[in-house]
Structure formats: C-alpha cells, structure tokens
Write a protein that binds this ligand. Structure first.
Ligand code: NDP
Ligand code: 2XX
Length: 331
C-alpha cells in the first residue's frame, strides 16, 4: 500500500477495451485496533492479477464480523502482513483476467468471498477498495435478478449457512432451530434450511423487533428471546444452528443424536465448530434459488452505507444488532 500522493504519476494499463489505473481509493489500517484505525487512502496500488485470478472493479462490498475481529488482531497469528485493506465480500465487474482463467471474461458481473480460508492468510488487499483481485474458483456470475448491493451481501454469509447445514447432515424432513435468525448468516440459514434442504420445521430466535422479519423469511416458530428461553422449550430439534455464541445452551435444545453447528464461542459435543471456506461453485449451485426468489438477500435498512461512511458502517455492525447484511454501496 503506497502512501497516498497526488504527485504519483497515474499510469494506466489498457487491458482490452478497459483502462485500469495503477492507483486506487481504498480503506486501509496500518495497525490493529478499533474502527478509528481505518483511514481512507487515494493512492493505493491496484493489486496485481495472478494467472488464476481476475481483477474486479468493485461495485459493492459487504462487511462481516470477521472483518472487525481481524482488525482487532484476533487472528494476527495467521493474518497477512499489515497494512491491510479489509473486506471479504465483493460484487462487481471483471476488468482483467489472468492467463489461466477459463470461465470468466472482461465485462462479466460477478460476486464472491475473496478469501478461500477466512482466517488463514486472508488477502492483504481486500474488497473495500475500487479494485480487488480474486481467484476464479472463489467467485460466481452474479444472479441476474439481484443488483450489486444485494449480491455483495451474500457470499460469506450464504457460504457459511450452506456449509454448516451440509456439515450437520441436515436433510429433507428434519427440524432446525436457528439461534440468531435475523442476522447476516442466520437470515440465510432459515431460508436455505426450508427452500434448499427441505426442512420440516424451522424455528429461530431474535428480539421483539425482528420477529416479523423471521416470519417473512418462512420461519415456522419465531422465538422472542427477550420473552422466553429456547432451551426451556419441551420441543427439541434435529439440528441447532448457533450463530450467536450460545453453544453451551444450544446442546440442550437438540434431539438425541442430533447436531449442533457453532459459528463462534465455546463448543462441546454434539456441537462442532468450523470456519467457512469460500467456494464459487457453491454460489453457482445456489444461484437458481436466488434467481427464482426462493432465497432473498436481507440488507439492513440502515444501509447501504456509501464508501465514505465505512467507519459508521463498522460501528453499526459492531453493535451486534444488524438485520441481515451491512452493505457498502456505492463504492
Ligand atoms: N465460523 C465461521 O466460519 C463464521 C463465523 N461467523 C460468526 O458468527 C457470528 C454471526 O455472524 P453474522 O450473522 O454475520 O453476525 P451479525 O452481526 O449479522 O449478527 C447480528 C444479529 O445477531 C442477532 N443476535 C444477537 N444476539 C442474539 C441472541 N442472544 N439471540 C438471538 N439473536 C441474537 C441480532 O438480533 P437481535 O438484535 O434481535 O439480538 C442481529 O440480528 C459472528 O460472531 C461471526 O463472527 C460468521 C460467519 C462465518
Ligand atoms: C472462528 C470463527 C471465526 O471465523 C469467522 C469467519 C468468524 O466470523 C469468526 O468469528
């Protein structure tokens, strides 16, 4: 990341019909810490494009809790070097392709999570920038019916929802309780469970103001956690999917022989925890459900936040009260 300087001569490379500048605007942090370490830099070098990568002109990005946990230094042992341009989720247009790219071309509208393993050497140059480079295998063509802001909010969350349900062996006719049904991941777990995996019953927890949203997403049993404790229900579930960090209570709500998916916090059998793997093929598999409207992106109505308001967007996400996804658009 070069120091921002207006004296830098702007050299652009003409790639096909697209002119790609050598410098771009991006949000950067040089040290770990709170949202105050974020700075806006107008002279960041446009990332190189490896042979198996494409360069995406970013139209929209989305925030995930891993972005602020990483910025706080929680994963510094396996992080890429500082300074960092944060951001995992991207939606935009391909403007350059590497020599070994087979399935994408300039002009394709794509979306994806740019980091194959969320915590292992995530890219130094993330999606909160005007351009980002990403391996072809990690992205997919954007669903035709979604705009860039809607698409940007999907990748990491829907990949996590899908991977957790698959790892839990969730299948048609089974019941599921989702802890945190109104969040970025939870709002997709409740939909995938019903629409893709064929759940017989979907229960979910949220606070009072989010109960109607749960019902609109197809939840059969919406539990207001400010009024009742899910672990005291007599009904038990084949799978409990914890997105909140309530793994210890979650195991009290699962049937004998069932599975408990835990995304964060302590876990004990039959609970298990995993870290999401980015996979463009998984997005491609889910595209028909998105294009048919069976699965709907949920964007927090406080957004989308414009690029200049990234610090406000992070501060809001870090309250833990977001409804669906916090999206950054326009860039
Ligand atoms: N292991 C992995 O690979 C991954 C882990 N994660 C982790 O999973 C967690 C969830 O991620 P994400 O969905 O993006 O987070 P969000 O920031 O979207 O979660 C916010 C939501 O959580 C809900 N919530 C908070 N507390 C409770 C509660 N006690 N009961 C029910 N709902 C609650 C809020 O609803 P309300 O306002 O009603 O409380 C709000 O809608 C994070 O800790 C994240 O780091 C996420 C993705 C991948
Ligand atoms: C260990 C879970 C960690 O990984 C991701 C992607 C998060 O959001 C986490 O908290």
């Amino acid at each position: 990341v070069s120091a921002s300087s207006s004296s830098q001569t702007e050299t652009a490379s003409a790639v096909g019909s697209t002119v790609v500048p050598s410098k771009m605007k991006a949000w950067v942090y040089d040290e770990y810490g709170g949202a105050s370490v974020l700075r806006f830099d107008e002279g960041v070098s446009v990332p190189a494009v490896e042979e198996d990568q494409v360069l995406v002109k970013v139209a929209a990005a989305a925030l995930n809790p891993v972005d602020f946990k990483r910025r706080l230094g929680k994963f510094k042992a396996t992080d890429s070097p500082l300074p960092t341009v944060p951001g995992y989720d991207v939606a935009g247009v391909v403007v350059k392709v590497g020599n070994r790219v087979k399935g994408l071309k300039e002009g394709d509208e794509v979306y994806g999570n740019i980091n194959e393993k969320a915590l292992e050497d995530p890219k130094q140059f993330g999606s909160l920038a005007e351009y980002t480079s990403v391996e072809e295998k990690l992205i997919a063509l954007k669903p035709k019916n979604l705009d860039f802001a809607q698409a940007a909010g999907l990748p990491l969350a829907i990949e996590t929802a899908n991977e957790g349900l698959e790892k839990a062996g969730f299948s048609a006719g089974k019941s599921i309780l989702v802890l945190g049904g109104a969040g970025g991941v939870g709002s997709l777990v409740v939909q995938l469970a019903k629409q893709v995996f064929g759940a017989s019953k979907v229960a979910a927890t949220a606070s009072t103001g989010k109960i109607e949203l749960l019902k609109s997403l197809g939840v059969d049993l919406a539990i207001d956690y400010t009024k009742e404790n899910f672990e005291e229900l007599t009904e038990k579930f084949d799978v409990v999917y914890d997105t909140v960090g309530q793994g210890e209570k979650a195991v009290k709500a699962v049937k004998e022989g069932g599975s408990v998916v835990v995304l964060t916090g302590a876990v004990s059998p039959p609970g298990f925890r995993f870290v999401v793997t980015s996979d463009g093929a998984a997005l491609t598999k889910l595209n028909p459900f998105l294009e048919s409207g069976k699965i709907k992106p949920v964007i927090d109505p406080k957004g989308p936040f414009p690029f200049s308001k990234l610090v406000d967007a992070f501060s809001y996400l870090e309250t833990g009260r977001a409804t669906g996804k916090v999206v950054i658009y326009p860039i």
